[in-house]
Structures are given as structure tokens and as C-alpha cells.
Design a protein around this ligand. Sequence first.
Ligand code: NAD
Length: 395
Amino acid sequence: MIIKPKVRGFVCVTAHPEGCAAHVQQWIDHVKAQGPITPGPKKVLVIGSSTGYGLASRVAAAFGSGAATLGIFFERPSEEGRPATPGWYNSIAFTKAARAAGLYAKNLNGDAFSDDIKRQALELIRTDLGQVDLVVYSLASPRRTHPKTGAVHRSCLKPVGQPYTNKTVDPDKGIVSTVTIDPADEQEVADTIAVMGGEDWEMWMQALSDAHLLAPGAQAVAYSYIGPEVTWAVYKNGTIGLAKNDLERAARHIDSLLKLNGGGRAFISVNKALVTQASSAIPVVPLYIAILYKIMKAKGTHEGCIEQVQRLFATHMYAGKTPKFDEAGRVRVDDWEMRAEIQDAVQDIWPRITTENLDAETDIEGYRSEFLKLFGFGLPGIDYEAETEPHVPML
Ligand code: NAD
């Protein structure tokens, strides 16, 4: 099959297996080029390990410090005439590379919110790894079936309290428009907290603790975003922000659990805004990212997921370092994004962006190429005109 990108709104419905593998290899090469993270994590569970920040965490742990990794994700395999989702191909590429390097790597493809996947993960850890010393929680999901009640909760990206109007961009068409988003009702707020809040992370950590599968001193980290005022109504103060507050609550609870387990810790790392499948679905944010990329690339401080997580591991969590927390107890690897010189420049550009000056004033081209890369397109050395086999079994 010859696989070309097919972009529909904020998703691409095709993915290229060799392109995804080349993308994963770029991340592996980056981590290796930074040198070993010593001492680093050794036995790692990554929940949400197939794309974005979770995949970066898995790559940084495996290729930075030789960690054995168990990856959990929810990806769709190929079907007749249709390639798999990129996380499927990424996970295969990662697993092949890790095993070729002599590292343990196993995968569970299924619903991380379910009791069944938790049971399977615990069983694999018990038999293969004994215990884990790091748990990375990096899920981004539109829905959750609650394992106890059976209720299906759907998350939404809406303001809370009042409607919000701002500029947004359709990156594919290059059109800047004004969007008004109506506020969420109480049920939508509760549902978003149920999906993207901390309850499921707590369930994972409690189950691991009860089964004595956490090594003494084990750490746990989950990822959040705060960002600039221009996105606050739809992010920090919106439904997703309230869910992230709940994730912070869970971090404090899990932290006390891990403190009793040989002095471990749990915390939130606030990361940079980046093009991922999750962030491209948020109104307003893609336009902000296109402006941010332009400014940070010009300053030489631009990072992607892999640079962010490598820096988190090497300067906060491992290599003899301890986390530097902000006033709310969070690690901030969004520090370079939030520098005054960067944010002042964003604020300066924001009001004047139009469809006409989008190419000149923003890095919309960089946004588009990063977006396509998520699906394995635009990677050097890949012949996109060649026949490729879309049906690849999970390892
Ligand atoms: P992503 O869409 O790239 O990755 C989501 C991962 O979750 C994938 O591995 C997917 O398979 C997995 N997943 C989704 N539903 C699942 C389920 N039911 N069971 C098992 N696995 C499931 O997202 P991302 O942008 O890397 O986001 C990860 C975390 O990082 C989120 O908490 C997000 O809020 C946070 N974050 C993202 C950004 C950003 O700009 N992208 C910035 C800061 C923080």
C-alpha cells in the first residue's frame, strides 16, 4: 500500500510505519547524544507510552539509563485498506530498538482505565520485573469508562463560567478565525475531571502498592500544562485545567503513599506546549504554539517532547539531581516557554495575526511539519512513493 497523509480537521487518519519508526529513531538518537543519565530509572511503567510525552519518557528511560520498560497504550491496529494509528507503529519501532539494545520492553494495548489492563500490567511486573522504580502517567483521552460504576465519562475542552472568544487557526487550511466556545455545564466539568483528573492515577498507584510492586524509593510523575494568559480561559481555568487541579491533588496523595515506601515521591511536571495529537484538538492552542515555535526557535530555546523529558530526567529526577519545585510543589520544564522575553513577544504578535500574515508572523509551517511527523510523514530517508506494508503485528 502507498500511504499518504489524509488530514481531516485536527487528525490525520493515516500513518506511515517506516516514517513512525524513523521518528522514534530520531528520539533515540537525541537521548543517546545527550549521554547516559546515571543513576537513572531501571524498571519503568509508562501509562500512555505510544505517542507524545509518554513515548518520550519511555525512550529517555530506556536509552538514557538502560531501563526495562512496560508500555501501556490504546492504539488501533491496521484494518483492511487502512493503516494502524501512529502509536501502534511507534511502539513496535521502540520495542524492536530496545530489544536490539538488549533491553526488556513489553507492551499492553488496551484501556488503561480498566481493571483488566491494570491486572495484566501487575501480573507482568510481578513475573518479569519484580518491582518498578518509576511510574510515568501520561494519558490523554477523550473518554473513560469508570471501572467501578461502568459510567462512560467524556472529556471536553471548554471554558467554565462564561463563553470565551478568541482567535484560532485551522493549521491545515492556514485560516485564522474567531471562535466562541460556550461554557461547560456542571456535568461536563465533572466528566472531564473523571477522565483527565487524578483518580485513575491513584488507582494505578494504590494497586501497585497493595501488590508490593513499587521498589523502595520509587517515583511517579504525571504531566500538566499551564501556559500563558491568552489560553487560560480554555486551558488553565477551563474544564481541562480543573481536571489538572485534580491531578495535582492526586499527586499529593500519591506522594504521601510513596514517601512511606522508602522515601519515594510523586509530583507533577508542567511541560511545554507542543504539537501532539492531544494538543491539536484544543481550540486557540495551535495558534499559540505556531507563534511560540517561531519565537523559541529564533532564541535557540525550542524543545520537543524528547528534549523536554530528557531535561526533566537529567536535571530534576536523576543523575544525582533532586527536583526543584515551584511554590505549588510542581516541577517546571515549561520554564523556558514561560520566560518573560518569550511571553512578551507572543503578546506582541498575537493581536496582529491574520490569515494574510500567518506564514510570515508564525511558524505555522513548522507546526504543520511537526503535526505530519506525528503520523510518520516528512521524515528524511523515507520513500513515500514506495509500497509499504501497513499490517505489522504488535510485539
Ligand atoms: P498524546 O495524545 O500524544 O498521548 C496520549 C497517550 O495516551 C497515547 O499513548 C495513547 O495511546 C494513550 N491513551 C489514551 N487513552 C488511553 C486509554 N484509555 N488507555 C491506554 N492508553 C491510552 O498526548 P500528550 O500530548 O503526550 O499528553 C500526555 C500528557 O501530557 C497529558 O496529561 C497532557 O495533558 C500532558 N501535556 C501535554 C502538553 C502538550 O502540549 N501536548 C503539554 C503539557 C502537558
